[in-house]
Design a protein around this ligand. Structure first.
Ligand code: ARG
Length: 461
């Protein structure tokens, strides 16, 4: 009982740990989230030690049963995490001593917390990445559903936030589908890169015990063991890559949210949201504000912050393990939580969007969005160079602007002032829907293209 409150290193130390150091040094309030991974890795490590006859099978069985009991206690919320024992690894080891007695002392043979923590953390990031991949897929599915209903919904495509060329709302939505597809690849690439098990690298130099690292690696679901023990305990690339992939994904969602906020504004009125995605004002009775979209737009700041923090912590760290790295978990956990919420919110927000089709069409006609189509018509039918046609079309736009007319409102006579040899069929180019459907080049906005892309995407998802 006297040992109950002692740290594993107490015999080497005189006097008590400073209270303020204990507070900053302890990570248990954060890394308790690793308990399942820690216990799973300890069980496999113990099985390996027993298989290799490094520890007795009786001790191994006691350890494994004890670990299972601890897991059940934590699952049920019946476990008391203690700041004094620093982190999840030592909290569990201490509890194991309480449950099974001295046999617990065999568990930490041929390993260190240095390889233990990276193993746990990699396992955790594997699971987290798989969850994020599912959440991204849901957002993609909802984009696809919304796109399917809007392949012939014409809206103004914008560059510089100025009307540029007509596009379909579906094509616009699917641009985010592509971004999210790349996001998934980033997480998948990381899953592939991190698929090497560090367990057995011990403190930094490996171990003199005859351990079987391939066995532990395979049993824990890794492709293979890592090849350099120093790198194994020093590497946090997998956490950085996770936070980078999260930051980019959050950035994409932030852009989508910003678009929606603009399109929903009273100046644009291109889309509206269901009331469930809006909040009121405490003073202005008429207001309906798109707070969820604004939160999605803002959350990326947290994801960038976490990425920046981990890059800064890792910068200039000499080989190999340093306590600086302990904060990596808070960054990854919070980056994960934030992105998860943002993805869930985005999926709902997309579902709640309603396209204001008549205003989209009206707006697509503003700003002379078919001026390029007229230039293209002259190139194709009158053998002019694009620069000649561009200049004729620019003059036509000046004329329309001066006379406060849309291009589609000009008469054949008016158009002919700028290029004589034209008949009525030329006027078709000023129709925004026609303009959209002429864009049949690979990846273009025509209905036919977008429909075939939707078909393809549906198979992918
Ligand atoms: N809690 C520690 C961390 O997250 C575990 C590794 C501790 N290793 C050590 N040598 N102090 O980094």
């Amino acid at each position: 009982m006297k040992n109950k409150n002692k740290t594993v290193w107490s015999n080497r130390f005189k006097g008590k740990t400073s209270q303020s150091f204990q507070k900053i040094g302890s990570s248990i309030h954060i890394d308790k989230r690793l308990y399942e991974q820690d216990i799973a890795a300890s069980i496999v490590h113990t099985q390996m030690l027993s298989k290799q006859k490094i520890i007795k099978s009786e001790d191994a069985n006691k350890i494994i049963n004890g670990l299972k009991k601890i897991k059940a206690q934590i699952d049920k919320g019946n476990f008391e995490f203690k700041e004094k024992f620093e982190d999840i690894h030592l909290n569990i080891e201490k509890a194991l001593f309480d449950i099974i007695g001295p046999s617990a002392g065999y568990m930490h043979t041929a390993r260190s917390r240095n390889d233990q923590v990276v193993t746990d953390f990699k396992l955790w990031i594997k699971d987290a990445s798989k969850e994020i991949l599912k959440d991204i897929s849901l957002v993609m599915k909802n984009l696809l559903k919304k796109a399917e209903k809007n392949t012939d919904t014409v809206m103004p495509g914008l560059t510089h936030l100025k009307n540029a060329q007509p596009i379909s709302f579906a094509h616009y939505l699917l641009s985010y589908f592509e971004m999210l597809k790349r996001d998934k690849k980033r997480f998948e690439n990381n899953l592939d890169l991190l698929d090497e098990c560090p367990l057995g690298s011990a403190a930094l130099s490996g171990t003199s015990y005859k351990i079987d690292r391939t066995y532990t690696a395979k049993k824990l679901g890794f492709k293979k063991p890592t090849d350099n023990s120093i790198d194994s305990v020093s590497d946090r690339d997998f956490a950085i890559d996770f936070l980078y992939a999260s930051a980019v994904c959050a950035m994409h969602l932030s852009r989508l949210a910003e678009d929606f906020i603009i399109y929903n504004s009273d100046a644009f009125k291109l889309i509206s949201f269901k009331d469930s995605m809006l909040t009121g004002s405490s003073i202005m009775p008429q207001k309906k504000n798109p707070d969820p979209a604004e939160l999605i737009r803002g959350k990326v700041g947290i994801n960038y912050g976490k990425l920046n923090a981990i890059l800064t912590i890792m910068k200039g760290l000499p080989m190999s393990y340093f306590k600086d790295m302990q904060d990596d978990k808070e960054l990854v956990f919070s980056g994960f939580d934030t992105l998860k919420d943002t993805l869930t919110m985005s999926a709902e927000l997309i579902n709640s969007v309603n396209a204001n089709k008549s205003n989209m069409l009206f707006m697509a006609n503003q700003g002379h969005t078919t001026a390029t189509d007229f230039a293209d018509y002259l190139v194709k039918n009158k053998s002019l160079s694009f620069r000649q046609s561009y200049s004729i079309s620019a003059k036509l736009v000046n004329f329309a602007e001066k006379n406060k007319k849309l291009l589609s409102e000009l008469s054949l006579e008016e158009v002919k002032k700028f290029y004589k040899d034209l008949d009525k069929s030329a006027l078709k180019v000023f129709d925004v829907k026609n303009s959209m459907n002429m864009k049949k080049s690979h990846g273009g906005t025509s209905i036919i293209n977008v429909k075939s892309m939707i078909k393809k995407y549906k198979k992918e998802i």
